[in-house]
Every structure is written in structure tokens, then in C-alpha cells.
Design a protein around this ligand. Sequence first.
Ligand SMILES: C[S@@+](CC[C@H](N)C(=O)[O-])C[C@H]1O[C@@H](n2cnc3c(N)ncnc32)[C@H](O)[C@@H]1O
Length: 295
Amino acid sequence: MTGFSADWLALREPFDRSARAASAAAFDLPALALRLRRGDPVLGVLDLACGTGANLRALAPRLGGVQRWLLVDHDPLLLAALPGALAAWAEAEGFLFRREAEGLGIEGPGWRAEVQPLRIDLVQDLAALPLAQVGLVTASALLDLVSADWLDDLLARACHAGQALLFALTVDGRLDWTPRVTGDDRLARLFAAHQRRDKGFGAALGGAAVDLAADRLRALGCELKLAPSDWVIDGREGAQAQAMLAAMLAGIAAAVRAQDPGAAALATDWEARRLRLLARTRLRVGHRELLATLR
Ligand SMILES: C[S@@+](CC[C@H](N)C(=O)[O-])C[C@H]1O[C@@H](n2cnc3c(N)ncnc32)[C@H](O)[C@@H]1O
């Protein structure tokens, strides 16, 4: 769960989608797109740490109109899986999909997007981001992985260039289990501490990320909108939810063992007890969305 395999991203995507549907009403994306176009028919969107393109799949139909997406990740395996994931999505949704010499093209009702994947390491080469080419900078499931210094650097660059920023699906530290079992609280504390370990960007912000980003963006003069987008994973709904719960359990137990070897036996026992309860377990994982625009 702490790695970013295409399989893990595919497992979480339906839960991401439901979570984002719940927060969609908070952001008027067609109005935002209109404002960001500033008369240009094409809206440029830069997706940071795109994985296999889930953020585009969530946003492009909601933004509407003509869009040009630049999708950035450092992982060549995820970038290689991206065209296939977009093609499968387009087919399932009845959208047109084209592979073109210079990138990919997708067309749905009321919108179309040119899509160009870019391999950039966001730690080593933030200066290489083509910020000047876009009106919207976005990322999903990234903000809790980054450090305060990295975020400051990104915000300074993006705000200087006048882009709107939309950070989706940032964990906020809440983990609510039903039913509860012995060990939940200790494991949650150790898991939260592990979320703050360096994920390549310096000490990670983890559950503090949205509040810190909001403070920094307000100080930079941005107008903010925040909305909850919690995962709700209910094992009573069947195999998909149970697979997601099992992946969460394995990820939390592994993170706890890495964080505190003294809690390894508890983590293993907790995971085994919770696995026996999968079919009647409901887990809410707190996430938030943040949209920042310059006043
Ligand atoms: C939790 S995944 C989110 C992926 C995608 N945005 C989504 O919502 O499915 C985090 C992503 O960050 C990317 N990532 C991590 N470190 C990175 C770096 N230094 N530069 C670029 N991308 C990075 C990973 O490859 C992965 O795709």
C-alpha cells in the first residue's frame, strides 16, 4: 500500500471516485475552467504525480470543453501503463480514444482532451515543470507525501505563474473502524507517524498536509475552497471492498512494523484478527480536497 504499483492504483480508484463524487458539488469546475481559459479555447492542465491517470479520469469530464493535459510522473512503469488505463476507461465510458504521434486524444460528451505524458522527477527537477503552459495545476493523492519545503517551492512557482491549484484526495489522518478491536488506536498512531516519514520529498506532511497547504496558500493571497472526500470501504458490499480492506490492513501492518519493530507482533496479530472480520468491517479514511485560486 505504501508502494505505487498500477495494481494498487487500480484497486483504490473506485474508492477515490466515490469519495470525489461526494465532494464534487463543492467545486464548480466548469466555471473554474471558463475563468482559467482567459479567452483561450484550450485549457492547459498539469497533473503532478499522475500514476496511471486517475486524476484526469476524475476531472476531464467535469471541466468540460477543450483541454490539454500534461501528465507528470517519475515512474516509467506507471507512465507505460497510462495509455492502456486511459483506453480502458474511454472504452468503458463510451468515449473516443486515439493514440497520436504526439500523445493521446480522448473525446467525451462536451469535452475533449489531448494528453501528453511526461517523465519528470518532482524532487530532482521541479524547475522542468511546464507551468507556463497551463492554467490549472492539480495532483491527487500526492500532498501528504511531500515535505513543507517542497510544497513551498511548488506553491511559490505556481502562484508566481498565476495558476489555480487543485489538490485532491489528501489524507487528513482520520481512520475510523467499525467494529473497533484492541490495538486500533496504537496502530493508528504508529501508522500516522509512518506517514510522516520521508517518501522522497523530505519529511512527509502526512495528515497535516491540507492544513499546512491552506495556511501557505492563504498567505500567498489565494482564495480557498476545501471539501471532505473520505474513502468509505464497507466489507459488507462484497469482494472489491474486502480486497481494498485487506490491502489497507497489510499496508498499515507493514508500516507499523517498519515504524516500531517493538510493535511487530501486535501488528501481525491485529491484522489477523481484522482479516477474520473483513465481511463486517467498515472503514472510513479521512481525505480532503483543496482548490486554490488567486483572488
Ligand atoms: C499515491 S500515488 C497517486 C497516483 C495518482 N495521482 C492517483 O491518484 O492514482 C503517488 C504518485 O506519486 C508518484 N511519485 C512519487 N514520487 C515522485 C517523484 N519524485 N516524482 C514524480 N512522481 C512521483 C508515484 O510514482 C505515484 O504515481
